[in-house]
Design a protein around this ligand. Structure first.
Ligand code: MG
Length: 309
């Protein structure tokens, strides 16, 4: 079955100028030019944890497996170059499933001119697992955008809107690669992260890595329409704002931006997607929330975390 898949993929995947040697050998050979900083990332998605194959088209799963990686490169303001795809397939229907996963991810790879350099495919008695590793390069001369550079007084700037991603966005989102590279080129950014776990908890990650705190202005948080719809649908007392803070898989960016640069950025609004200031980083460690009604208090970051012993 694996050889059949490889034959299929060799016909299906177009040649790429970066690939001196692609699929079919023991390893791929890439032309890397004079790349100074290579940025690498890997993600693993598993049926039953990250998605349910019975409920979602496998092409959307394939697309998402690549898109979450692209989002991590976006968080580093890195330009995607090449990737490898590892699949653990259930024995029954494995070949068709693999082909569908690739049909989902290849258009996205082409959109970003990403070279699919190879991969590995196994079958087993367990559920589908798909893992993609991507290699990119720092798009700016001063290197990759990191989590640990936020300074007290920096504005917290976010792209897009938050919450309710489970209604569709979690599979169909556009990773903010071009947006991150453009912003990093035009403005001085101190730190960045993509929102995979949730707005509040990912903001806490930046603050912690930077050794400072963050104050989130609840009145300013851009709440997605899906968050409002989800709050109504579930009717469990959680507000749309709570969904925006905690749902995760928004795959938007949180940036730490010096105040003067942030003002310029908000005035320019240089992206197709909305940029919003949702608070600022502070000297006092920890995660804080404020609003016009109750003032400043602690914020417990709910959000997604894989649990294991
Ligand atoms: Mg990330």
């Amino acid at each position: 079955m694996e050889s059949e898949l490889i034959e299929h993929l060799r016909r299906r995947i177009p040649s790429h100028p970066r690939l001196r040697l692609g699929l079919g050998d023991d390893a791929a050979v890439l032309r890397m030019g004079d790349i100074d900083e290579c940025v690498m990332t890997v993600d693993l998605l598993t049926d039953g944890v990250d998605f349910e194959l019975g409920k979602v088209d496998p092409r959307r799963v394939g697309r998402k497996a690549l898109a979450v990686n692209l989002s991590d490169l976006a968080a580093m303001a890195a330009l995607p170059l090449a990737g490898v795809v590892a699949l653990a397939l259930p024995r029954r229907g494995g070949l068709d499933l693999a082909i569908a996963l690739y049909e989902g991810l290849l258009p996205l790879a082409e959109e970003y001119e990403l070279a699919i350099a190879g991969g590995d495919t196994n079958s087993w008695d367990g559920p589908l697992a798909i893992s993609i590793t991507l290699m990119g390069k720092s798009a700016a001369e001063d290197g990759a955008l990191r989590r640990d550079g936020a300074l007290p007084g920096d504005k917290i700037i976010v792209t897009g809107r938050f919450g309710g991603s489970i209604l569709s966005h979690q599979f169909d989102f556009d990773p903010r690669v071009r947006e991150a590279i453009l912003l990093n080129e035009r403005y001085r950014l101190h730190a960045g992260i993509d929102v995979s776990d949730g707005l509040a908890i990912d903001l806490a990650h930046i603050a912690k890595e930077s050794g400072c705190g963050a104050v989130l202005d609840l009145d300013a948080v851009p709440v997605a329409e899906d968050a409002k719809r989800l709050a109504v649908q579930l009717g469990d007392g959680r507000s749309a704002l709570e969904h925006a803070l905690g749902d995760g898989e928004d795959f938007e960016l949180i940036l730490a931006v010096p105040a003067d640069e942030a003002a310029r950025m908000l005035e320019d609004q240089p992206l197709d997607v909305l940029l919003t200031a949702v608070g600022e980083f502070a000297g006092e460690p920890g995660l804080w929330q404020t609003d016009s009604r109750k003032g400043k208090r602690r914020l417990e970051p709910g959000g997604w975390e894989h649990k294991f012993d």
